[in-house]
Design a protein around this ligand. Structure first.
Ligand SMILES: C[S@@+](CC[C@H](N)C(=O)[O-])C[C@H]1O[C@@H](n2cnc3c(N)ncnc32)[C@H](O)[C@@H]1O
Length: 231
């Protein structure tokens, strides 16, 4: 049964997040104003408000249907303190409105283009990112653009494993290839990434016209993985 809260005499249903969304939402810190970009259903903003984490949340999406669904869910869960915005990335949100920006459930390239296209000064702000694809490319891009990964967690469901990153403006040397690819801590996620690399390398070697540069890169990352984690 769903736990209930009482707000203004009404019974408020508690929202329950799946592991992936919970891992992202849990990186938000108490008292910080949050923008959830590409909110879709709006579950993260509702959770952040119901749990007293964020005093104010902006739930934004480029499309109107997801925003309608976010609004309807916020009403169903009797959640206030959420501003709904239809905009591309951060284009309809002023930098002074949010301390933390969450971008979850999108491809790594889309996440990069939202951060890069924002024009924001990211000093003192936090990013919580959950890429569905190209996560290593995203981590590389962060380091090449003056961010560092300051937090990392993993979530799993029956379909996939997910990497959740917290990043802040901080100049740090780019981490070794193993950490970029498999994570700073090595577990199920890292092992799966290593297996993908092994399979990709085998595929390249079997191909009639192998991409030698790619094969050399994969072999180098695999060596780094063995060296970094001893596995
Ligand atoms: C797969 S859903 C992920 C929803 C939610 N964040 C999650 O992790 O479950 C991606 C959402 O991002 C929105 N989206 C895609 N590109 C966007 C952009 N450039 N700016 C804002 N929203 C975007 C889509 O409309 C969609 O609702």
């Amino acid at each position: 049964m769903c736990p209930v809260l009482f707000q203004g005499g009404f019974v408020m249903k508690r929202i329950k997040l799946d592991q992936r969304l919970l891992a992202a939402a849990e990186f938000a810190e108490i008292g910080e104003r949050v923008a959830d970009v590409g909110t879709d259903h709006g579950y993260i903003p509702i959770w952040l408000r119901q749990n007293g984490i964020a005093p104010y949340v902006i739930a934004s999406d480029i499309n109107s249907l997801p925003l309608q669904s976010a609004r309807a869910n916020a009403e169903a869960y009797l959640t206030d303190g959420i501003s709904f915005r239809q905009c591309d990335g951060l284009k309809g949100i002023a930098p002074g409105e949010a301390d933390t920006v969450i971008i979850a459930g999108m491809g790594g390239e889309n996440i990069i283009s939202i951060i890069a296209g924002s024009g924001w000064d990211w000093s003192g702000k936090k990013l919580i990112l959950q890429p569905m694809t190209r996560q290593a490319q995203l981590v590389e891009w962060l380091y090449d653009n003056g961010f560092a990964v300051t937090g990392e967690s993993f979530a799993y469901d029956e379909k996939s494993s997910y990497r959740i990153l917290k990043a802040e403006k901080k100049t740090e040397k780019k981490p070794r290839a193993a950490y970029i690819r498999c994570g700073f801590t090595y577990g199920r996620y890292g092992k799966e990434e290593k297996e993908k690399l092994v399979r990709a390398l085998k595929g390249l070697k079997r191909s009639k016209n192998p991409d030698e540069a790619k094969a050399a890169e994969y072999a180098r990352i695999l060596e780094d993985i063995e060296d970094a984690y001893g596995t």
